[in-house]
Design a protein around this ligand. Structure first.
Ligand code: C2E
Ligand code: MG
Ligand code: MG
Ligand code: MG
Length: 292
């Protein structure tokens, strides 16, 4: 059974139980059930241009609609899925659901933007990810430009030959590659360039420093300059305040994501946001009207 962690969030996967083989076996069994009974759902979070609030893309974020425990966040089950190898099947579900959703919107006449999916290092096995993505795109008659792949900086590290080969294959297909949680790992400039990553998604820990310390701003500025010098885009993750937005505009950050823009929402709600302008203030203006 789960317990409440006191922050109003239900913790289904108690970390103190995770070492217990029986608890892990039970959770794994439940996860297999979740796959088979279609309990995994994608929510979507907009990514927008901070200058005009225009929707550029949306990130698909996985949730487990558990019959007894409600919506379980990915932090509660992705680690176990990775440790047990179930992430392969879950990753396939995510790819299929994301493509099916975009195709459904397109078929309903809704102007679609690309969707980013998160891929774990553990999913890269013998070309499975490029193969699954190619098959899903084909099945739903979608152009590769409507898919983006996010891989964490730490997953990219080291010389996992399989990951490098798969990233090259995805690039060759025309799928944009994003480095997720940038700043928390140890990638070198040469690695970023060799892997030809398209976009750096700066971890929200760095966004949180904006407006708090001069160092935070200087550090962020350095990332933006470096990314632009390497021909990469920059996304600020976890933008929560108008002050952070104003600083990011000054730094020339080209894309932002975070609760200030919108929280992740289900597919039905996302459909209603698709044609919308984000970040509007009471005067209906974006960006320029932000306090400094
Ligand atoms: P991520 O890819 O870095 O996703 C961003 C996380 O930050 C999401 O949490 C999102 O809800 C949250 N977030 C967005 N804006 C804000 C903000 O302004 N403030 C704060 N405090 N948080 C914000 P979520 O959905 O719980 O996902 C957590 C992580 O789980 C993701 O981090 C990603 O690493 C992983 N994940 C999610 N979906 C999948 C998936 O389909 N496959 C895999 N392999 N991993 C996934
Ligand atoms: Mg991500
Ligand atoms: Mg991230
Ligand atoms: Mg993360």
């Amino acid at each position: 059974a789960g317990k409440n962690d006191g922050k109003g969030q239900y913790r289904f996967f108690d970390p103190t139980l995770s070492s217990s083989l029986r608890a892990r076996a039970r959770l794994k069994h439940d996860l297999v059930d979740a796959i088979e009974h279609d309990q995994l759902v994608l929510h979507y979070q907009p990514r927008v241009d901070p200058r005009d609030g225009r929707l550029l893309s949306m990130e698909a974020l996985l949730r487990w609609r558990h019959p007894a425990h409600g919506m379980v966040p990915p932090s509660e089950f992705i680690p176990l899925a990775e440790a047990t190898g179930l992430i392969g099947r879950i990753g396939q579900v995510v790819i299929e659901k994301a493509c099916a959703q975009v195709a459904a919107w397109r078929d309903a006449g809704i102007p679609v933007v690309p969707v980013s999916i998160n891929v774990s290092a553990r999913q890269f096995r013998r070309g499975a990810v490029p193969r699954q993505l190619a098959a899903a795109l084909e099945r739903h008659r979608l152009p590769a430009a409507l898919l983006e792949v996010e891989i964490t900086e730490s997953a990219m590290m080291g010389d996992h030959d399989e990951i490098l080969a798969d990233l090259a294959a995805l690039r060759a297909m025309g799928i944009k590659l994003h480095v997720d949680d940038f700043g928390t790992g140890y990638s070198s400039l040469s690695q970023l360039q060799r892997l030809k990553m398209d976009v750096l998604k700066v971890d929200r820990a760095f966004t949180a420093e904006l407006g708090k310390s001069r160092e935070g701003r200087v550090f962020f500025q350095a990332i933006v300059s470096m990314a632009h010098a390497l021909g990469m885009g920059v996304v600020a993750e976890g933008v929560e305040t108008r002050e952070q937005l104003a600083i990011l505009l000054e730094l020339g950050c080209s894309e932002i994501q975070g609760y200030l823009v919108a929280r992740p929402v289900d597919g039905a709600a996302m459909a209603g946001l698709m044609a919308r302008r984000f970040l509007l203030d009471e005067d209906g203006r974006v960006g320029r009207s932000c306090p400094r």
